[in-house]
Design a protein around this ligand. Structure first.
Ligand code: ADP
Length: 398
């Protein structure tokens, strides 16, 4: 972050108005005359009686403009101008050559070649000199203001780049830790399956072989153990399913949601037949996504509409809205509805609002929907009131 501090210091430095005018002439008299002309102007005058002295001043401070006599003893105006132009820090300072001779065009051209921006022939007309100097001071002020703005912009841009870099790092870290968690869930649930199968089969064997041979308590306890083991097997199965809908296994391609929908309904055949549910849909779009994962979303949402039915025959409608950057899919049912206070909870893995005796399930369906939808860069939510049906919405970016 050091650059921000440095830029701020630089900005402050540039903020100070540059009003310095460097007068260079080997004649004290000329210097005094020039000083007299510029007196009262909005400038700070620094005088030098030789090219060398001028260069020393230029090492120490900034100037808005340099008034440089050409004919000087020792280093003349041209040589001085050449050295000024060679140094990066002083290269852009405007130089006005002052001379009482060299009126010929050729010499004037030489002056420009040495970096003069203007040429004033002595005797100087006071008004002309004053207006030229104040024009250059104004120019220096504006340039400084622009430079300051530029520095601020650069600093802001660098800060933004730094922030973007940090965010990208964070996203990468999160993706890594998500992948690790998925791997952990997979390995844990996979490795738990085997010992659990032993527990289930031996408790089932116990139940079968010793039912009625021990006391009534024993029968009951064995039943609890069998029931618990079977449930745990199902939970582990679900956990495995959940860990498999990871982003790593995602295969993006063009997916026709009509096909996805038909696939989901085919998987729900038994429930549809059993309940006589009526499922309808609007024409569905083709999206970019993973078809296997999207089938799970349609299947879980429509399946829930069937499962959480009330007295009426379940009616479920799937509709789609075309928003500029995304599709919004809605799955509406006429079931028991949900209290909106559970808006977040029902999307959490293994969270249910009903007992297993009322409605079967483990609370994994919506967690999977959320994961799949988020894998696709979308959002999922619902609108509902108890007893008034529920509509689940999810988006798929285009
Ligand atoms: P499960 O269906 O196994 O219970 P879900 O994750 O699919 O698991 O749903 C979590 C809970 O959200 C359900 O137990 C139920 O209480 C509620 N729910 C989900 N969908 C609906 C719906 N369409 N109507 C009413 N309640 C619902």
């Amino acid at each position: 972050m050091a650059f921000v501090g440095e830029s701020a210091a630089l900005s402050r430095e540039i903020e100070a108005p540059i009003q310095n005018v460097l007068l260079v002439d080997d004649s004290q008299q000329s210097l005094l005359a020039l000083e007299a002309i510029l007196e009262g102007s909005d400038c700070r005058i620094v005088k030098a009686t030789s090219g060398e002295e001028a260069l020393k001043h230029l090492l120490k401070q900034q100037f808005a403009v340099i008034l440089l006599d050409i004919k000087m003893a020792g280093m003349d105006g041209y040589e001085t101008a050449k050295l000024i132009r060679e140094r990066e820090k002083t290269r852009d300072i405007p130089i006005i050559f002052l001379t009482s001779y060299n009126k010929e065009d050729a010499h004037i051209a030489k002056g420009y070649a040495y970096g003069a921006v203007d040429y004033i022939i002595k005797p100087v007309v006071p008004e002309t000199l004053r207006s030229k100097v104040s024009a250059f001071i104004e120019l220096a002020r504006r340039t400084a203001a622009l430079r300051q703005k530029n520095l601020q912009l650069e600093a802001a841009e660098e800060a933004l780049q730094e922030r973007t870099r940090q965010l990208a790092e964070r996203v990468e870290e999160l993706a890594k830790s998500n992948a690790e968690l998925e791997r952990f869930a997979y390995v844990a649930s996979h490795d738990l399956k085997e010992p659990l199968r032993m527990v289930t089969s031996f408790t089932t064997l116990l139940a079968r072989r010793y039912k009625g041979k021990l006391d009534r308590d024993a029968d009951e306890f064995i039943n609890y153990a069998v029931d618990g083991a079977v449930r745990m097997e199902q939970l582990i199965q679900d956990l495995l399913l959940y860990s498999r809908v990871g982003i790593r296994n995602l295969v993006f391609k063009s997916v026709d949601c009509e096909v996805v929908y038909a696939h989901a309904l085919a998987n729900l055949q038994a429930a549809l037949r059993e309940t006589g549910a009526l499922v309808t849909h609007d024409p569905l779009p083709t999206v970019q996504g993973d078809d296997t994962q999207l089938v799970q979303v349609f299947q879980n949402l429509i399946g829930n509409g069937i499962k959480f039915r009330g007295e009426k025959t379940p009616c479920i409608h799937v509709s789609v809205k075309d928003r500029k950057k995304e599709w919004v899919v809605a799955v509406e049912d006429n079931g028991i509805g949900i209290d909106p206070q559970y808006a977040d909870r029902i999307f959490v893995i293994f969270q249910r609002l009903h007992g297993r005796a009322d409605y079967p399930g483990n609370g994994i369906g919506l967690a999977i929907c959320k994961k799949v939808v988020e894998n696709h860069g979308g959002r999922i939510w619902f609108k509902s009131q108890p007893c008034k049906g529920a509509t689940f919405y999810f988006t798929i970016p285009k």
